[in-house]
Design a protein around this ligand. Sequence first.
Ligand SMILES: Cc1cc2nc3c(=O)[nH]c(=O)nc-3n(C[C@H](O)[C@H](O)[C@H](O)COP(=O)(O)O)c2cc1C
Length: 409
Amino acid sequence: MGSPAPSASLHGKRILLGVTGSIAAYKSAVLARELQRRGATVRVVMTPGAIDFITPLTLATLTDHPVYSDFTENKDSGEWTNHVELGLWGDVFLVAPATANTLSAFVQGSCDNFLQAVHLSSRCPICVAPAMDLDMFAHGATQSNLARLAERGVGIIEPESGLLASGLEGKGRMLEPEAIADWLELWFHDRAPLKGQKILLTAGPTQEPIDSVRFIGNHSSGKMGYALATALVQHGAEVHLISGPVQLKVPAGVASVTNVQTAQEMMAAASENFNTYDIAIATAAVADARPKHSAAAKLHRNELPSAIALEPTPDILAHWGQQKAAHQTVIGFALETDDGVASAMGKLKRKNLDFIVLNSTAVKGAGFGTDTNQISIFDSDGKAHKFELKSKTEVAHDIVQHLLNHLTT
Ligand SMILES: Cc1cc2nc3c(=O)[nH]c(=O)nc-3n(C[C@H](O)[C@H](O)[C@H](O)COP(=O)(O)O)c2cc1C
């Protein structure tokens, strides 16, 4: 399996997939694949009962990692599998399918097999997708077990009604792998660290008209800003994008998009209800100046002026910095053609920013139009954080992580 799509919704998530002895265990192969397709890394733990339904070899091949089902790896040498480490590894322990037996063991705190030991030692949240016959599911014991697990904070992925392996029809059928992955996405989203944060983000270039067909512009592709919008959405933020003209698809989950052309239009959109946002991020490459006069129609060759007089455009970032209230965070970007540190530091102070992200076209693979970038982040106290050259998706996740650290300190 190749590397996950950059916009994958479970990007970077570590999912410990528990498989138990239900007929629905055959679906866990598709589930593992679907979780990986959405960007997650998957490790599999099976009960001995599950091995009767699907082979560890199938799941090990699909996840490109050994499957764990036994306390010992080699009985002769006494080598054992560290269930505690596995329990600490995952961002979530997803047990799908979860049998009536395993649900009961979880309630009791039993430790009769390796999967149950992982359950007891896991510090990450647990989600279970029950799968069983309708009468087993409806049984008072199962229902009371599920209620007790829910009380403990275990996520319950309710089964659906339909035709069951027994030939009976009713509630007990495990959700299809794609629906479980959707459920998990929402679950992560609800617990996401930027949930409830309203973010205003500018991206792309601006174009300042000379006449009705010509403009002064720049080479910004908007890729960094759009990658950041994606990462912010994945961390649960409500993202409002103000975009200059770009050839990019609006990232899924963005709450609103305002398309603008000029710096003046971007300023108008960026200052509207600014005080209602928690965070404002300026990744756009806004023109610093515009033609003083722009013709309403196309100027013909013989009408073109020999010089174009310029006037400054409004400074969006300085405006945000001035208006910033105590609860707000303002982040700027600086693109320089040299190492740019002095210039970025000056901008950080002058514009009252919380931190600034510096990238330089002097670094090969960084800056306009590329799919990679190399950034440094400077905090308002002058502290510098330098990052390697990475894909813009990874850079976006570094910036989000820096933002999270900033918000919690
Ligand atoms: C063909 C077959 C299908 C089964 N399907 C289920 C099922 O869907 N759900 C369930 O709770 N138990 C089912 N069982 C029973 C479990 O396999 C049994 O309770 C086992 O002890 C579960 O062990 P585990 O929870 O450690 O995997 C099935 C058993 C057989 C033989």
